[in-house]
Design a binder for this molecule. Structure first.
Ligand SMILES: Cc1cc2nc3c(=O)[nH]c(=O)nc-3n(C[C@H](O)[C@H](O)[C@H](O)COP(=O)(O)OP(=O)(O)OC[C@H]3O[C@@H](n4cnc5c(N)ncnc54)[C@H](O)[C@@H]3O)c2cc1C
Length: 487
């Protein structure tokens, strides 16, 4: 990049080459910042979509919304496209934007330390870098949550977490157990039930399920999108508006929209599950959307398949031959899949981050992760997160979230470039006010109506954005400089 007189030449490190890191790289380049490296610990980009290759994986937000707004594509194969196609999309977009020279694969950032106004980075292989600005795009659903079940290590068959699917293990005709009933488990069950010999789904908590068909886009649809690209833009905006309605519903548990959603879920259960006993075992004892809503074209049909069994007796332990439930029964298995989610509060860990005056991330987050507007942490200047703590997560497009966040970050970076200040991070007071307001607003949300979910922190407070999406959009429009400390 050529800097104009008086401008500061900034060097950046982007940590992570998933959806957010790729976005950051593209947007930095567009803004004329070309001195950056994207560090990715894996050997390919894609993050979530590289790691999760389990049968049935797809997005559960329509693909035409789960796309970068600047790289809409006519080519999605279906309303909810499969994971491999999504990963290929990210690979293609990164390639089209010429990111290759900036990507460093197989390099995990293990330490970032702020020394004399710059961030000093170390990688697992001992490389070092020094940058002005860090963009942490390390993911939310990244560290697998392995349940603490007695005997898991003694199972004789194959066992793996859903995000580490072992494709060398044959499942055709096998006795397969799936632990967990979240979105991933539901996708797996729908995809494998007619391939396996027997499928045992171990359910601790029943889930509300929204029935959504997944129709393919035919050649004609794609040709039409190609002929009229405005159709893609319109579709993206329409879907975004529709998800805005959903986002309004979940943050107001008493809203008419929420009641309607509950009714839709209830009707799906009543109308689709024929056996009254099974229906009751599948009926959650909490309100719809309290946990992340499961969207599926076929879950209830799949669980009624002759190969499938819903197991609701709690798991006592895992034994060499299968899973023993509390009723004393041994469920014999060849394969055990842990669809048990992720440590959603791990964020950038285990990376060591040391900010101004030696303050460590471990200390700043001793109670729990927090960040002003989910982007910046007091005491960690020029360090910005994408999809950080307490941002909007749930049943909407995290691409839209990351795009808005990066546009906000870019405004701060521009001010660094022109020398308005050299260091910036949120003030402790701003974070405190944000957290106070967030906790108050959380009380009205559906997430606090009496269920256990990965949204809740150790206090039972949802660690997410508790306001309508419009408010997020408005907050992201322009930073309020009075909420920051600068030098
Ligand atoms: C099964 C599944 C389905 C999902 N479906 C949807 C959906 O339908 N809609 C939706 O909006 N979201 C969905 N999500 C959420 C999804 O994670 C996000 O949409 C998005 O992919 C996150 O991108 P990211 O770049 O922020 O994080 P990630 O995709 O997690 O990427 C983070 C990257 O950072 C790398 N990394 C981490 N730490 C370091 C380090 N210290 N040094 C170097 N590299 C590092 C990782 O290897 C990884 O490649 C889903 C998640 C899962 C797990």
């Amino acid at each position: 990049m050529t800097t104009k007189p008086g401008e500061r030449a900034l060097r950046f490190a982007i940590i992570g080459a998933g959806m957010s890191g790729i976005l950051a790289a593209i947007k930095l380049t567009e803004a004329g910042f070309t001195d950056y490296t994207v560090y990715e610990k894996a050997d390919r980009l894609g993050g979530t979509w590289r790691e999760n290759t389990y049968p049935g994986i797809s997005c559960d937000v329509p693909s035409h919304l789960y796309s970068y707004s600047f790289a809409l594509t006519p080519d999605w194969s279906s309303r909810y496209s499969p994971g491999a196609e999504i990963n290929a999309y990210f690979e293609r977009v990164a390639h089209d934007h010429g990111l290759e020279p900036h990507l460093r694969f197989g390099e995990e950032i293990t330490r970032c330390e702020f020394v004399n106004g710059r961030w000093h980075l170390e990688t697992g292989s001992g490389e070092r870098d020094e940058v002005d600005v860090v963009i942490a795009a390390t993911g939310v659903l990244h560290h697998p949550n392995i349940p603490d079940i007695e005997g898991l290590d003694r199972f004789k068959g194959a066992t793996f977490h859903s995000s580490r699917w072992d494709h060398d293990v044959g499942i055709d005709g096998a006795r397969v157990g799936v632990i967990g009933t979240g979105s991933t488990a539901v996708q797996i069950v729908g995809a494998i039930v007619d391939r396996v010999g027997h499928l045992s789904l171990f359910q601790r908590t029943a889930q509300w399920v929204v029935q959504q068909e997944n129709p393919p886009y035919g050649d004609e649809d794609k040709a039409e999108f190609r002929r009229q690209p405005a159709l893609l833009t319109d579709l993206h905006s329409d879907l975004s508006r529709q998800f805005g309605v959903f986002a309004r519903a979940v943050v107001d548990a008493d809203s008419p929209e929420m009641k309607m959603l509950e009714e839709v879920c209830r009707a799906n259960l009543e109308d689709t599950v024929r056996d009254p006993e099974l229906r009751e075992r599948l009926r959650p004892n909490y309100r719809a959307a309290c946990k992340r809503l499961v969207v599926s074209p076929n879950f209830y049909e799949a669980i009624q398949h002759p190969n499938a069994e819903l197991v609701t007796d709690g798991i006592e332990r895992v034994e060499p031959n299968g899973v023993r439930t509390r009723d004393g029964r041994l469920h014999e298995l060849d394969v055990l899949v842990l669809a048990t989610g992720f440590k959603a509060d791990a964020f950038m860990r285990p990376m060591g981050v040391v900010g101004d005056d030696g303050v460590t991330l471990e200390r700043a987050w001793a109670n729990r992760p927090s960040a002003y507007l989910s982007i910046t942490i007091p005491g960690f200047p020029n360090f910005f997160m994408l999809n950080g703590p307490n941002g909007p997560v749930g049943n909407f497009s995290l691409i839209e979230v990351a795009e808005l966040q990066f546009a906000y970050i870019l405004q701060l970076v521009e001010r660094l470039r022109v020398g308005e200040f050299t260091e910036i991070s949120a003030s402790p007071g701003a974070l405190e006010s944000f957290e106070d307001a967030r906790l108050e607003a959380a009380k009205k949300t559906i997430w606090m109506t009496g269920c256990r979910s990965w949204y809740l922190d150790d206090r039972g407070v949802p660690a997410v954005w508790p306001w309508p999406f419009e408010r997020f959009r408005a907050e992201m429009r322009e930073p309020k400089l009075e909420d920051f400390e600068t030098r």
